[in-house]
Design a protein around this ligand. Structure first.
Ligand code: GUN
Length: 292
């Protein structure tokens, strides 16, 4: 069994980006600048955004964290987005999801200038992705592709089963694995809460990508021998023995599933760190495109 080590791979990518930023600096160029908007005080979201900002520092990017109260109106958030769109110093920005109920998420994502949409959530960028055009690929799916590529996992002609159809992970992942090229050329099945007999489908899968948020959902009997398993789940489960009071748990029953597979991502240390590295990659791309 080969562990797809997202922690190590993301460090490699950050080292590569750091070198590119140093080269930019030595040419007297402006370094990439990422802004992250967070509305409210959700603990997990705050942790993710802080990690994104910290990663910017690590590679030599500039970063700005914009914190807005949970009572922020849609109009106020849209105003902030217009300011970031117009700010020439900002190369790319993200609005951390989920947003409070009073805000229409789709309206917010559509307000982001597609050329600064480093999350790749704007319909224009999502459409480009589906049409194989160059664009910002959402960071989590992009990170999974990068892991498959760097570990040379064969995807051509394989049956990939994606569990979960979220706009952030499952849906784009299902599109990307079916695109031409590598990683891609897969036959894709997208499963979700209305899928019947899911185990019958997952046991046919060469590659399983779970993005469900249900701890230990994927059991050993749902996986065929030698499959590749990618676990996108990161759920906080209460644990009084741990320092923080919770442990991060994936969608996969790792202990049992890992005994059957050819490749598997751990949680933590798998897909999570890759997401952050690919956000940095998209921000670098945004900077390079704005320079042209
Ligand atoms: N919430 C969970 N994942 C993500 C992500 O990749 N980007 C943003 N903006 N919000 C998220």
């Amino acid at each position: 069994m080969i562990l797809l080590d997202g922690k190590k791979t993301s460090e490699d990518i950050k080292t590569e980006i750091t070198a590119q930023v140093s080269a930019m600096k030595s040419r007297g160029e402006k370094v990439p600048h990422l802004a992250a908007v967070i509305v409210g005080n959700d603990g997990a979201s705050l942790t993710y955004v802080s990690s994104k900002v910290k990663a910017c520092e690590r590679v030599g990017f500039e970063s700005t964290m914009v914190r807005l109260p949970s009572t922020t109106s849609e109009t106020e958030l849209l105003k902030k987005i217009h300011d970031l769109n117009a700010d020439d110093d900002i190369d790319g920005f993200i609005v951390q999801l989920p947003l409070p109920d009073q805000i229409d998420t789709q309206k917010v994502l559509m307000a982001i200038d597609p050329s600064k949409d480093v999350d790749g959530f704007h319909p224009e960028n999502f459409g480009k992705m589906a049409l194989d055009m160059t664009t910002f690929i959402p960071a989590t799916p992009f990170g999974i592709l990068e892991l498959l590529e760097r570990y040379n996992v064969e995807t051509k002609g394989k049956h990939t089963v994606v569990i979960g159809r979220s706009h952030i992970v499952g849906r784009p992942m299902s599109i990307l694995m079916g695109r031409k090229g590598f990683p891609g050329n897969s036959t894709v099945t997208l499963t979700h809460s209305y899928t019947k007999n899911i185990a019958q489908i997952t046991t046919q899968a060469d590659i399983i990508i779970t993005a469900l948020g249900v701890p230990n959902y994927l059991k050993a009997e749902m996986v065929k021998d030698g499959a590749v398993v990618i676990d996108v789940g990161i759920t906080r489960v209460a644990d009084e023995n741990s320092e923080k009071g919770y442990i991060i748990t994936g969608d996969v029953d790792f202990e049992n599933v890992s005994k059957k597979v050819s490749h598997i991502t751990p949680v933590p240390g798998g897909v999570g760190p890759m997401t952050i590295a690919m956000l940095l990659k998209n921000t670098l791309l945004a900077r390079e495109q704005r320079r042209k």
